[in-house]
Design a protein around this ligand. Structure first.
Ligand SMILES: [Zn+2]
Length: 424
């Protein structure tokens, strides 16, 4: 017992809790893996050098020479780790091979990381807008989407392997080359890999201020094609049936759909009509990029556009609506949420708070989820203004995100999440 005169009586219950709490410091304070952190810090200068090298290589989707050069730089580093490195031909013509690096370990988990090395930028962009770093920001074509994340994965594998981490059955890195066009060159490969692994970690960039991605919209492109009749624009314009004018009419319907926000969005992205200034246009086409959280919204958009197509204003024109699905949505779901909670706990080891969120950008994670493989996205460095010449990343997130990825791999290796394969 404690001294009376100076003693204060503490209720028994409170005393018990305090004793228990003092006995549980480990649980209360997530402990940082100092050695792993130091290794990530040590890797940083070279990591940034490699990022500069890869960003300064144009690898827009379909740039076979550029894409192959990027993979030729990364392949030997992965081979040096003992990975089996395969160059898997793309599933459609006009694309560089994909790369699959597979490490075999002594554990039981099957872990898949997916990244893409293609960007949305045209050949010649890197020469005009090379990688540059000012203060805490780096800019350049694809610096965030997605070369920062791809390099982070390679460095993470190098550090983990150097530290003797083998607690997995299979640790696979897919570097694909057509994500920015909906992965038409990688669908069968992605399908095979997500079905043969228990978890997918995606290297898309994180959203500011410091978030990972737990939902994504699906992406589809609607084509509105108008068939009219050509005529001499001077001599006999009345003989023509102007496809461009009709398309403008159809676009009035598109204009009624939401253009921004967390739900359905429909944005006109490409419009083509006419061949010569002195000919009434026979053909016209518009492409509308539609993003949805709920697939049913795609049917609603289809019905709206088809209804409009039946009500043409220019006589004798014919309007057809078609659709190309890129990626399905990654819906908010308990499997991704559970992985996100593990990531938050890991980030807390660094004394950092990890946010979660979603966005209209689509990715392969939705395909993993559809196959019943728990998926987590947005694990790459934080950045913004993707798909523009203002694209940037926050350099202060490079090492924390590399640490996060390594620890996530260790964490899911020790406790693989349950898959939820769809019936049939
Ligand atoms: Zn991307």
């Amino acid at each position: 017992m404690m001294h009376a005169s100076r003693q204060r009586w503490i209720p028994l219950g409170v005393a018990l809790v305090m004793t228990a709490a003092s006995a549980l410091p480990a649980l209360a304070a997530p402990r940082k893996d100092e050695a792993l952190w130091k290794a990530a810090e040590a890797a940083r200068p070279e990591q940034l050098k490699l990022l500069e090298t890869l960003v300064n290589i144009d690898s827009g989707t379909g740039d076979i020479e550029g894409g192959t050069r990027v993979l030729d730089i990364l392949a030997p580093r992965l081979e040096a780790l003992g990975a089996r490195v395969e160059r898997v031909p793309a599933e459609i013509p006009g694309l560089p091979d994909n790369l699959v690096a597979t490490l075999k370990g002594k554990g039981k988990a099957k872990i898949l990381m997916i990244g893409h090395i293609d960007t949305v930028f045209e050949p010649g962009t890197a020469a005009k807008w090379p990688y540059s770093a000012t203060g805490d920001r780096a800019t350049g074509p694809g610096v965030g989407d997605e070369k920062g994340g791809v390099i982070q994965a390679v460095v993470a594998l190098e550090i983990l392997t150097a530290r003797g981490f083998r607690n997995y059955d299979t640790l696979t890195l897919l570097l694909e080359t057509s994500e920015e066009r909906g992965s038409p060159g990688t669908r069968a490969l992605i399908d095979r890999l997500v079905k043969s692994h228990e978890v997918e970690l995606n290297l898309e960039p994180g959203d500011a201020p410091d978030k990972i991605t737990v939902w994504r919209k699906g992406s589809s492109t609607f084509n509105i094609d108008v068939k009219g009749r050509p005529a001499h624009a001077g001599v006999a314009p009345q003989e023509g049936r102007n496809a461009a004018t009709e398309l403008v009419h159809q676009l009035a319907t598109v204009d009624t759909l939401p253009k921004s926000g967390d739900g359905l969005t429909a944005n006109l992205t490409i419009i083509q009509a006419g061949s010569r200034y002195n000919i009434i246009p026979e053909n016209a086409r518009a492409q509308v990029n539609v993003r949805v959280r709920d697939k049913a919204d795609l049917e609603r958009v289809q019905a709206t556009l088809e209804e409009s197509a039946r009500n043409t204003r220019v006589p004798d024109t014919k309007v057809t609506v078609s659709r190309e699905n890129s990626f399905p949505p990654l819906p908010e779901n308990p499997h991704t949420e559970a992985l996100a909670a593990r990531a938050k706990a890991i980030y807390a080891e660094l004394g950092r708070e990890l946010g979660t969120g979603g966005n209209g950008g689509a990715s392969e994670s939705a395909l993993a989820h559809e196959a019943g493989t728990p998926a987590l996205d947005g694990l790459g460095p934080v950045g913004g203004n993707f798909h523009t010449d203002k694209e940037w990343i926050d350099l202060t997130t490079i090492t924390p995100r590399t640490y996060l990825l390594m620890r996530m791999i260790q964490d899911v290796a020790a406790r693989p999440p349950k898959t939820f394969r769809p019936a049939g």
